[in-house]
Ligand binder design. Structure first.
Ligand SMILES: [Zn+2]
Length: 277
């Protein structure tokens, strides 16, 4: 059995939120055993919302959490870094509603935390052991997600946007190499979507500095991918962040085709319901 882990010090980040475009500062703080990941809104007298599927608040193109007044938006990349590095307990103090997008990946979070290492705590880490194969499908979007028994946690993601630039991409993660292999992969969107996303009041903080932009069928506007399958790796990064909302690590083989935030969390909730029966 593994012990629970927390951060070894406080880390502060600041920058714009991808969707709100607002400048925000956050601090990642160590927390006692059994805390889980909690977002604390300093600008709302310390109102808190826990990273838990029950608090999922549907947001377009991002994962949000809400409990009472406390809201935390675009939490997925930070949660992914916690999941990928094995951080069980942390309090994220926020001076606004949205986590800064930084470079569009989880690298700034992962790099900082890895540099200091984690602190092992006294209590054992609780996990969810998958007993039976589970499958969730959304035929309208052509997506599926499977969770199967295995001795360790692994993720495999396949994407198909019917894109000449991206092609069909796959990425996998077997529990090691998160900081170099998964964390640096950046969020992405298609140039043709930008006008529509802006009309919806989204991506106000989006720029070529924090996203890969695909100009179909020509190539990439701005920066080029650092991995040939960077977009699949990013979808895997997102899925790991969304699955942290299970509250405990899931020990099993997780496979997803065409994942997305709302789809991921809906599938996870359905899995947790069958687990708890
Ligand atoms: Zn993402």
């Amino acid at each position: 059995m593994m012990k629970q882990q927390t951060l070894s010090r406080i880390y502060t980040f600041e920058g714009v939120g991808l969707h709100s475009g607002r400048h925000v500062r956050i601090s990642l703080c160590p927390a006692p055993e059994g805390t889980g990941i909690v977002f604390r809104r300093l600008d709302l007298r310390g109102a808190e919302v826990k990273a838990d599927a029950a608090n999922f608040h549907k947001g377009a193109r991002s994962t949000g959490l809400k409990s009472g007044k406390a809201e935390a938006r675009t939490v997925e990349h930070l949660l992914s870094a916690f999941a990928g590095l094995g951080v069980d307990n942390a309090v994220v103090e926020m001076e606004g509603a949205e986590i800064p997008i930084l470079d569009g990946s989880a690298k700034p979070f992962a790099e900082a935390i890895v540099a200091d290492g984690l602190v092992e705590q006294e209590a054992e880490r609780e996990v969810i052991t998958v007993r039976e194969p589970f499958e969730y499908r959304d035929d309208r979007r052509g997506s599926y997600l499977r969770i199967e028994p295995a001795s360790a946690t692994s993720y495999q993601v396949k994407i198909d946007f019917n894109s000449k630039v991206l092609g069909v991409q796959e990425a996998c993660f077997d529990g090691s190499g998160y900081p170099d292999g998964i964390a640096p992969s950046r969020t992405f969107c298609f140039k043709r979507e930008i006008r529509w996303l802006r009309l919806l009041g989204l991506i106000k903080g989006g720029s070529l500095d924090n996203a890969l932009v695909i100009d179909e069928p020509v190539g990439y506007l701005g920066s080029k991918p650092i991995f040939e399958n960077e977009c699949a790796r990013h979808k895997l990064l997102d899925l790991m962040g969304d699955f942290l909302l299970a509250g405990k690590p899931i020990v099993g083989r997780i496979t997803a085709f065409k994942p997305g935030h709302t789809f991921n969390v809906t599938a996870l909730k359905s899995f947790l319901e069958t687990e708890n029966q």
